[in-house]
Design a protein around this ligand. Structure first.
Ligand code: SDX
Length: 392
């Protein structure tokens, strides 16, 4: 066509990468971390053990596990000056906006001591990021609700520490509920890594320029926030609450099928899974466990189950291979635990930090690594001469 360059399909994109960390078979609904099925890890492992596995490639021995947990716990506090960053935000700032700002600000504290070409310094930066995310996330929640920040208590587990920093108050002793702790730890496992999704690719692309890992994680957080990605867990619960009762489901399914309506069923569909997201299966089971253990009877869960049943029996969703994904049920559990919807993607970012850090390390360690440069197909104007303003 006039004005178009001819397109030479001969080039190979620099946008793909090799990795040993996570394998997904979208057609079969398979998700493996270093070869271990997500169903087994979410039932039998812990988030700290999965973090070790993603980073080091093997399950830890008991001593390796305890040493890793001890190392992470040594980095859970943040610099006192970092707390000042929160005071610059309005109290009603979205916690993901705070996470973008505060995690990026970590660069100012550790940039000079993080030579990414030094494996020892890379490891310390990795431990700092994994350790500080729960503290920063809990502080974002505390700031929003006007309660004082709590320091970490390293006698607790990684997830128990986060729960206490989030829901504890100085005036009272906080008891970690073991059912909640286990459910949240499992949710963190389900969100830990997922191959080259948009936010992980963002972290890799930012890291490929040699940027410090703290700034790279802030880039990943920004990308994760989008409702098409990690922001879907917040959007999914808001959608389920808007539907309100099973009788209104057909109205929303009709909207999702209407090409003239931008509405999509939040928590449904996936770039890769054209079968059931194995994480959604575990998540649905966990909803039942948590709601019954906490004695919570949330009508939204019935709406979610009925919506899934009606959507999966509808030809539109069958033809387009749209199934519930990791974000469809997670919000029901997080809401039952006491998190506001605005914190859901913050928890996703907290968990995904171990995947981002593992993928960032894998990329930096690759001696063949070059700066990322995704190719484009140019469809603009061909060369033409400038026309002076008085001639136009
Ligand atoms: C995550 O990549 C990852 O791994 C991400 C993630 C991770 O762990 O990092 O798994 C986390 O981001 C999960 C996805 C969360 N997002 C949502 O739940 C938002 C709702 N879902 C959609 O926006 C959508 O399904 C996407 C963004 C997830 C995928 O979008 P695509 O790639 O455009 O979907 P597709 O190409 O498979 O769509 C095929 C068709 C399209 O219609 P046609 O153009 O063929 O007519 O299905 C339609 C889409 O319009 N479609 C939907 C739909 N999702 C896709 N229609 C209604 N509701 C939906 N949810």
């Amino acid at each position: 066509q006039s004005g178009r360059f001819t397109y030479d399909p001969g080039f190979t994109s620099t946008a793909s990468c090799e990795s040993k960390i996570t394998y997904i078979d979208g057609d079969e609904g398979v998700l493996l971390h270093r070869g271990y099925p997500i169903e087994q890890l979410s039932e039998q492992s812990s988030f700290m053990e999965v973090a070790y596995l993603l980073l080091r490639g093997e399950l830890p021995t008991p001593d390796e596990h305890d040493d890793f947990v001890r190392t992470i716990s040594r980095h859970t506090m943040v610099h006192e000056q970092l707390a000042m960053f929160y005071r610059g935000f309005r109290r009603d700032a979205h916690p993901m906006a705070i996470m973008c700002g505060v995690v990026g600000a970590l660069s100012a504290f550790y940039h000079d001591s993080t030579d990414i070409n030094d494996p020892a310094q890379r490891l310390i930066a990795s431990h700092r990021l994994i350790a500080k995310m729960p503290t920063i996330a809990a502080m974002a929640y505390k700031y929003a609700v006007g309660q004082p920040f709590l320091y970490p208590d390293n006698s607790l587990s990684y997830t128990g520490n986060f729960l206490r920093m989030t829901f504890g108050v100085p005036a009272e002793q906080y008891e970690v509920n073991p059912v909640v702790e286990k459910a949240l730890d499992r949710i963190f496992i389900l969100h830990a890594d997922h191959e080259q999704n948009a936010s992980t690719s963002t972290v890799r692309l930012a890291g490929s320029s040699g940027a410090n890992p703290f700034a790279c994680m802030a880039a990943g957080i920004a990308c994760l926030w989008g409702p098409a990605h990690g922001g879907a867990n917040e959007a999914a619960l808001n959608m389920l609450r808007e539907i309100g009762r099973p009788e209104r489901i057909p109205e929303f399914i009709a909207r999702a099928k209407d090409k003239n309506d931008p509405f999509r069923l939040m928590g449904f569909g996936h770039r890769v899974y054209k079968n059931y997201d194995p994480r959604a299966t575990v998540m649905q089971k966990t909803v039942r466990e948590v709601l019954s253990a906490l004695g919570v009877d949330d009508p939204v869960f019935e709406v979610a189950l009925r919506l899934e049943e009606l959507a999966l029996s509808d030809d539109y969703f069958a033809e387009k291979k749209l199934f519930p994904n990791v974000d469809f049920y997670s919000g029901i559990i997080l809401s039952a635990i006491g998190f506001p919807t605005t914190m859901f993607t913050v928890l996703f970012a907290l968990a995904r930090t171990v995947g981002w850090v593992a993928q960032w390390n894998e990329m930096i360690e690759d001696p063949e690594q070059k700066i990322g440069r995704p190719r484009q197909l140019y469809t603009g104007a061909t060369t033409r001469d400038y026309i002076p303003l008085d001639k136009r």
